[in-house]
Design a protein around this ligand. Sequence first.
Ligand code: SAH
Ligand code: SF4
Ligand code: F3S
Length: 460
Amino acid sequence: MSNHIKVFSGPTDKKTDTVADLGKEKYFFTYTFGCQMNENDSERLAGQLRSTGYQHTDNMEQADVILINTCCVRESAEKKIYGKIGELKRLKTLNPNLVIGIAGCMAQKDRDKLFKKAPHIDIVMGTHNTHQLIELLQEVEQSRDKVLAVWDQAERLAPEVPTIRKNQISAWVPIMYGCNNFCTYCIVPYVRGRERSRPLQDIVQEIEQLGKEGFKEITLLGQNVNSYGKDSEENVDFADLLQAVDKIQSIARIRYMTSHPRDMSDKVIQTIAQSSKICKHFHLPIQSGSNAILQRMNRGYTVEYYIELVKKIRDLVPDASITTDLIIGFPGETDELFAETLEFIKEIQFDAAYTFLYSIRSGTPAASMDEQIQLPVKKARLQQLMDIQNEISLAINRKSEGQIVEVMVEGPSKNDASRWMGRTGTNKIVIWDKGEECIGDLKMIKIMQAQTWLFKGQMV
Ligand code: SAH
Ligand code: SF4
Ligand code: F3S
């Protein structure tokens, strides 16, 4: 391959044969880092390849095309991805016709720098160019140049492309793209662009179709689902969308990710309270339990507001589970301010918390803030927080011992194939001894033993 980089500007009118037309078996392999949004994008990358005749393979060595869909939310993700890209060099040496493509958020951020760091890459495609995969592949195959397709801004809504879903029971459905919040630590608004909501009718149609295909659970995806509709001319909000999806008979469970506490409306909480299908699980990332830090993070709410919000949820949806995200060691987090977070998690009693060490993202406001926290301090705080939270999670879960809960069966347990794994509406994992084939069914399971992260149960 040449070292020339071609900047891909848009669709061409070249007639190109599909792989199937050429009568060759060709294989693709995808590897995905990051959030559910990225997982769903990978399903759309796979869908485009399958519709042009490529077959999926789990064996990288057999692949003609390898795509890495990347994340850059923290430095640790980027390090792992560069490691993975490095590993591909060997395969490229063995098979010079192998096409290596890098997609997603890190591709959007690092752009042509990726070709310099790893000259064995052929395609770099940004988050707004996912739908162009086939044209980019054809460009590489014809010109043997490297191809760069990274648009700064998205089209309002990218053209729909085929989707090949990994899971046959549970499907991800994006309802909006991008984020307008600019939390000071976060790279996402820079790599995913401004908020763009899909038309309500398109979303409903996609879910109706998924129902016909046998899917039982859907997860509505967006960086901030509570702002759904704010950017569009339709006079609809997230609660309206939930109500519309709730009416689709064939779908048994509705989930959504992620909601910003500031935008969680009473109407959404009431809609969830009244529905039997929308899961009673609220994931509301607080990020810090200190008002001083929340302000520096530009989160747009206070600890007091959040406490009130949780109270409202628990009043209206008494059996709800509440989970959160927390960033440890944000610039300016003193021992005293960190202690406020510890007090806060004791007060709220979250079912679970996902904890992250603050990671400097260059170009974001927090990266140039004073008082960056040293890594050993961050790590010690993380441990302290996790110890407390794990105790809380276990104590909450123990209260369910002896209860009978409704679980959607997802498949064999990853650690023990002789058991089924399923999830409660509150998003807790349950495992129990296998009986008859029942993937996708709702089953009543008695909780026998609670652990921090899962339940062991028994069929009733
Ligand atoms: N839009 C979602 C999630 C975005 S990223 C939301 O606002 O909730 C998922 C999580 O990663 C965030 O909730 C945050 O806790 C964490 N995160 C984002 N940027 C980070 C950074 N620079 N360092 C550490 N954690 C970060
Ligand atoms: Fe990042 Fe904040 Fe947007 Fe979430 S809401 S994606 S944390 S900027
Ligand atoms: Fe990562 Fe991009 Fe998602 S940065 S968390 S893959 S939006």
